[in-house]
Design a protein around this ligand. Structure first.
Ligand SMILES: NC(=O)c1ccc[n+]([C@@H]2O[C@H](COP(=O)([O-])OP(=O)(O)OC[C@H]3O[C@@H](n4cnc5c(N)ncnc54)[C@H](OP(=O)(O)O)[C@@H]3O)[C@@H](O)[C@H]2O)c1
Length: 243
């Protein structure tokens, strides 16, 4: 199989790191985007040739990624997986303005900025852009409303990009996954113990990427939940209100 160039954002933890390991095992050339310093990442995955440090909450994040690609003499990308994500657990009233800005910046503005920047790179290979959403986009999510709203907007972005037709786009919606995300956003970690592992979910994500579906939900229970959230809104809102 021909070696591909695969860019993954949020590649330093959870699903992103598990995806990076899968594409590394396939022998692909990796571009791993993360906010941490390279010398704090103790894994052979991350080297000065594979790791691009960029804080995706910042306006200039796409310029930083572009500089890295230029320095590596990469002018074409086969697969760009926009996976980085962040959130906050609590009501909007309790949330700080900075936390709201950061979530919208990382979960929506960065994918938009990076998509804009990466379109020419993807066109050169007839490559694919993958947006990692969440089934939460289809539900009311009190206590992580800004996160869910950012994922709904991401879904809309992908849907419209697909219709515009300049590049191949896929939106993948995982359900609850056992990663560090819940701890980072201040959620009770006990609840997450029963969730599937990042490695298992990443494996299913790569299967979806190898397939042709424009929108893919990971796991049939999640697909059902997403369907109900989308098309039985009144009933689902009432159920969430009473829980
Ligand atoms: N876990 C779930 O239950 C779940 C469910 C549905 C969808 N998802 C989605 O799956 C994706 C991956 O989430 P995960 O669960 O794997 O979370 P995770 O383990 O926290 O990984 C998130 C990744 O995004 C990076 N990131 C966060 N803010 C960043 C910033 N400002 N600049 C650059 N990178 C940044 C993190 O960096 P650090 O390592 O420095 O924190 C990390 O590499 C997200 O889009 C999330 O919304 C997750």
């Amino acid at each position: 199989m021909q070696k591909k160039t695969v860019l993954i954002t949020g590649a330093t933890d959870g699903i992103g790191r598990a995806l990076a390991k899968i594409y590394q095992s396939r022998g692909d050339r990796l571009v791993l985007v993360g906010r941490r310093a390279l010398d704090t990442l103790n894994d052979a995955l991350y080297t000065k040739n594979t790791y691009c440090r960029a804080d995706l909450s910042q306006d200039k994040c796409a310029d930083r990624v572009c500089e890295f690609l230029n320095a590596q003499k990469i002018d074409a990308i086969d697969l760009a997986i926009q996976n980085a994500g962040t959130g906050y657990f609590g009501t909007i009233a309790e949330q700080s303005a900075e936390s709201i800005r950061e979530i919208v910046a990382v979960n929506l503005m960065a994918p938009l900025r990076l998509t804009h920047t990466l379109i020419p790179y993807l066109k050169r290979t007839n490559g694919k852009l993958v947006l990692i959403g969440s089934i939460t986009h289809a539900f009311p999510c009190p206590d992580y409303a800004v996160y869910a709203a950012s994922k709904e907007a991401l879904n809309t972005l992908g849907r419209n990009l697909q219709i515009e037709g300049d590049i191949n786009v896929q939106i993948i919606h995982p359900g609850a996954t056992r990663t560090g995300l819940h701890r980072k956003i201040g959620m009770n970690n006990e609840k997450t113990k029963k969730f599937p592992s990042a490695e298992r979910v990443a494996q299913k994500i790569t299967q979806a990427i190898d397939g042709r579906r424009f929108v893919a939900t990971i796991g049939w229970q999640n697909a059902w939940a997403r369907f109900l959230g989308r098309y039985c809104e009144g009933m689902v809102n009432a159920m969430v209100r009473t829980t």
